[in-house]
Design a binder for this molecule. Sequence first.
Ligand SMILES: *[C@@H]1O[C@H](CO)[C@@H](O)[C@H](O)[C@H]1NC(C)=O
Ligand SMILES: *[C@@H]1O[C@H](CO)[C@@H](O)[C@H](O)[C@H]1NC(C)=O
Ligand SMILES: *[C@@H]1O[C@H](CO)[C@@H](O)[C@H](O)[C@H]1NC(C)=O
Ligand SMILES: *[C@@H]1O[C@H](CO)[C@@H](O)[C@H](O)[C@H]1NC(C)=O
Ligand SMILES: *[C@@H]1O[C@H](CO)[C@@H](O)[C@H](O)[C@H]1NC(C)=O
Ligand SMILES: *[C@@H]1O[C@H](CO)[C@@H](O)[C@H](O)[C@H]1NC(C)=O
Ligand SMILES: *[C@@H]1O[C@H](CO)[C@@H](O)[C@H](O)[C@H]1NC(C)=O
Ligand SMILES: *[C@@H]1O[C@H](CO)[C@@H](O)[C@H](O)[C@H]1NC(C)=O
Ligand SMILES: *[C@@H]1O[C@H](CO)[C@@H](O)[C@H](O)[C@H]1NC(C)=O
Ligand SMILES: *[C@@H]1O[C@H](CO)[C@@H](O)[C@H](O)[C@H]1NC(C)=O
Ligand SMILES: *[C@@H]1O[C@H](CO)[C@@H](O)[C@H](O)[C@H]1NC(C)=O
Ligand SMILES: *[C@@H]1O[C@H](CO)[C@@H](O)[C@H](O)[C@H]1NC(C)=O
Length: 638
Amino acid sequence: MGSLCLVLVVLLLSWTLSSSGPPPSSHLCLPHQRDALLHFKTTISVDCDHYGRYRDSYPRIDIESWKKSLDFCSWEGIKCDNITGHVIYIHLSHSCLLGSLFASNSLFQLHNLQWLDLSSNHFRGSLLENTSSLFHFHGLQRLNLAENLFNGTISSKLFSQLVSLTHLNLSGNAFSGLISHQISGLSSLVSLDLSFLYDLRFDGQGFDMLARNLTKLRNLPLNGVDMSDVALTSFLNLSSSLEHLSLSDCQLYGEFPTQVSQLPNLKVLNLRGNENFTGYLPNTNWSSGLELLDLSLCGFKGSIPASFGNLTQIISIHLQGNSLEGQIPDVFGNLKKLTSLSFSSNNLSGPLPITIFNLTKITHLDLSNNHLEGPLPNHVSGLQFLDELLLYNNSISGGVPSWLFTLPSLLLVDLGYNKLIGPIDRIQKPSSIQEVDLSYNNISDSIPYSIFYLVNLTELHLSSNNLSGPIPDSIFDLVHLTLLDLSSNNLSGVIKSDMLSKLTSLEFINVSSNSLLSLSTSGNDVEYSFPQLRTVIFYGCSVMQFPNFFQTSYLQVLDLSNNMISGGISKWEAVRWEGLLWLDLSHNFLTALDQLTVLDLSKNNLSGTIPDCLGNFRCLRLLDLQMNNFIGKIPVNG
Ligand SMILES: *[C@@H]1O[C@H](CO)[C@@H](O)[C@H](O)[C@H]1NC(C)=O
Ligand SMILES: *[C@@H]1O[C@H](CO)[C@@H](O)[C@H](O)[C@H]1NC(C)=O
Ligand SMILES: *[C@@H]1O[C@H](CO)[C@@H](O)[C@H](O)[C@H]1NC(C)=O
Ligand SMILES: *[C@@H]1O[C@H](CO)[C@@H](O)[C@H](O)[C@H]1NC(C)=O
Ligand SMILES: *[C@@H]1O[C@H](CO)[C@@H](O)[C@H](O)[C@H]1NC(C)=O
Ligand SMILES: *[C@@H]1O[C@H](CO)[C@@H](O)[C@H](O)[C@H]1NC(C)=O
Ligand SMILES: *[C@@H]1O[C@H](CO)[C@@H](O)[C@H](O)[C@H]1NC(C)=O
Ligand SMILES: *[C@@H]1O[C@H](CO)[C@@H](O)[C@H](O)[C@H]1NC(C)=O
Ligand SMILES: *[C@@H]1O[C@H](CO)[C@@H](O)[C@H](O)[C@H]1NC(C)=O
Ligand SMILES: *[C@@H]1O[C@H](CO)[C@@H](O)[C@H](O)[C@H]1NC(C)=O
Ligand SMILES: *[C@@H]1O[C@H](CO)[C@@H](O)[C@H](O)[C@H]1NC(C)=O
Ligand SMILES: *[C@@H]1O[C@H](CO)[C@@H](O)[C@H](O)[C@H]1NC(C)=O
C-alpha cells in the first residue's frame, strides 16, 4: 500500500504541475478515511417516519448508498480534497438520521474536515462538552448542528480550538449554560446562530467580547438566549458588516441604542418580545437597505418616525404591542416592496395613513387596537394581494366601502368595534364590464355579483359598529364565507333563509343585537345544507318564527334568546340537537311545543341556570338534563 501511495503522490505532483485534465484518483491509499465513514454509518439509523410533513420537502442524502465497492469520495454528501484525498466535506442535513454521537465515534478521526453539516436530523449526545473529539477538527470552517437533539454545555474549547470557523449554527438544540467570553477567539466568524437553545446565557463580558472582536460578522441570530446581564452599550461595538441581527425573547433590559438601526449594511433587525427594552425609534439615518424590521412586543415609546418613508427596500414592519402614540405618518407611498405591516395594540391616533391603501404588494395589514379615526378611503388602487385587513377596535367612521368586497385575495376582514355607519355599500358591476349576456339561463332576479369578482373572503367581522339599513345581497354572494359576524349594529330588514343558502361553507354566524333585523323561514329551508355550521347566534333581533335553515347542521351553539319567536318547535326541527353545547331560547313567546315530546340534553357541558324557556315545554314527556353542570331550580311556568 505504501509504495502505491508513493506512486500516486508522484503522479499527483506531475498532474498539478502540468495541470490538465481531471486529477487521478488519489484516495485509494486512504482506506482508514473510508472505514471511518463506514463505521460512522453503522452507528446511525435512518427513519423518515419521524419527519411527518417535512419528509419530502428537502433533498435527502441516502446514506444507504455508501458502499465499500464505490469510491467514497463520490458518495452522496461527501467531498474529498482533490490533492490529498482526505474527506473535507460532510453534508447530511435533512436526511432522517438518528443516533448518538460519542467521543469515540469514528467520524472524529476525519481530522481534515472543513465542512460538517448534520443539521435537521435526530442526532443526540453532549457533543460540545470539554472532552469532545469534535475539537480535533482544527481546520473546520463550517459547523452546522442545527435542529437536532444535542445537549449539554458548550465548552470554551469550541472557541479556543476551532478558530478557523466562519459559520457556526447550533440553533434548535438543547445546549445550555453560559457562553464563555473566549467566543471572541472565533474572529473569522461570518455567521453565528445560537437561537432556540434550551437555556443558554450570555453574561456582560461574553457579549461585549463578541461585539468587539467578531468584526466580520454578518449574521447574528441569538433568539431566546438570556441576555439580561448584557449592557446595551456593547451593541455600539457590533461589526459594521452586520446584516442580520435577531435578538427576540432575549430578556434585554434598558434603552434602545439607536446606532444599531443605523448599521450601514443591516437588512434584518428583530428585537421582538423584549418587554423591558424601551426607548424611541430614531428619526433619521435608518439603514437604507433594511428589509425586515420586527420590534413588536417591546417597550418602545414616542411616535412612528416619518423617516420610515425612506425605507424603500422594506418588506415587513412589525411594531405591534408597544406604547407608540401620535399619528401614523402618511409616508408609505414609496415602499413598493412592503408585504406586511402591523402597528396594532399601540396608542396611535389620528387618521388612517391613506398611502398604505395604494401599496401593490401588501398582503397583511394590521392597525387594530389603537385610537385611529376618520373614514376608510373611497377608492383604492392597490391591495391586489391583500389577504388580511385588521382594523378592529379603533374609532374609524364613515361607511363600509364596496371596494372591500372586490379585493381578489382578501380572506379575512375585521372592522369590528369601530364607529362605522350607514348602509353597507352595494357592490357595483365593475366599469370595465360593458355588457353582460345572461340569456338562456334560469337566473331570475338579481345578478350575483360574484360573477364579476372572484373573491375568496372567508371571514367578515363587522360587529359593534353603527351600521344600519338592510344587509346587502352581495354579502350573501361571498360563497366562501366561514364566519359572518354582523352583531351589535342597527341593521334592519329581513334575512330570508334562501339568501343564506349560497353560504354553504358557513361555520359561524352571529347577527345578534340588531333589534330591527328579522329572519324569515321558507318552505325550502329543509333543502338547504350547511354541513360545517356549528354556531348560530341570533339573540336580540326580531325573529318571529323558529328558523330551521340549520336543520341538517350539527349545531354546537344555538342562541335565539330575546326575540319574538312564538309558536312551536317540532321534533323535526330539533332533530340534530344532540351535539349542542349551548342552547338559549329564553325571552321569547314560545308556547306550544306540540310535536316536541322528548328533549334530551343529557351528557353535555351545559352550565349555569336552566333557561326559563324550558319551563314552557309543557308537552314534554321526557326532559333529560342529567350529567350537565346546571345549578339552581327547574323553572316552572304555567
Ligand atoms: C476538485 O474537483 C472537483 C471535480 O473535479 C472540482 O469541481 C473542484 O473545483 C476541485 N476542487 C479544487 C479545490 O480543486
Ligand atoms: C470544562 O472545563 C472547565 C475548565 O477547563 C471547567 O471549569 C468546567 O467545569 C468543565 N465542564 C464540564 C462540564 O466538565
Ligand atoms: C441555522 O440553521 C437553521 C436550521 O437549518 C436555519 O433555519 C437557520 O437559518 C440557520 N442560521 C443561519 C444564520 O444561517
Ligand atoms: C442529554 O440527553 C440525554 C438523553 O438523550 C440525557 O440522558 C442526558 O442526561 C442529557 N445530558 C445533559 C447534560 O443534559
Ligand atoms: C481578537 O481577534 C484577533 C484576530 O482578529 C485575535 O488575534 C485575538 O486573539 C482576539 N482576541 C481575543 C480576546 O479573543
Ligand atoms: C467600542 O465602543 C466604544 C464606544 O463607542 C468605543 O469607545 C470603543 O473604541 C469601541 N471598541 C472597539 C474595539 O471598537
Ligand atoms: C421585565 O422586568 C420585570 C421587572 O424587573 C421582570 O419581572 C420581567 O421578568 C422582565 N421581563 C423580561 C421578558 O425580561
Ligand atoms: C445621520 O448621518 C449623518 C451623515 O452620516 C450624520 O452627519 C448625522 O449626525 C447622523 N444623525 C444622527 C442622529 O445620527
Ligand atoms: C429621506 O432621505 C432623503 C435623502 O436621502 C432626505 O433628504 C430626507 O430628509 C429623508 N426623509 C426623512 C423623512 O427622513
Ligand atoms: C394614550 O394616549 C393618550 C393621549 O393621546 C393618553 O392620554 C393615554 O394615557 C395613553 N395611553 C397609554 C396606555 O399610553
Ligand atoms: C394612489 O394611486 C393613484 C393612481 O394609481 C393616485 O392617483 C393617487 O393619488 C394615489 N393616492 C395616494 C394617497 O397616494
Ligand atoms: C381563490 O381560491 C382558489 C382556490 O382556493 C384559488 O385557486 C384562487 O387562486 C383564489 N383566488 C384568488 C384571487 O386568490
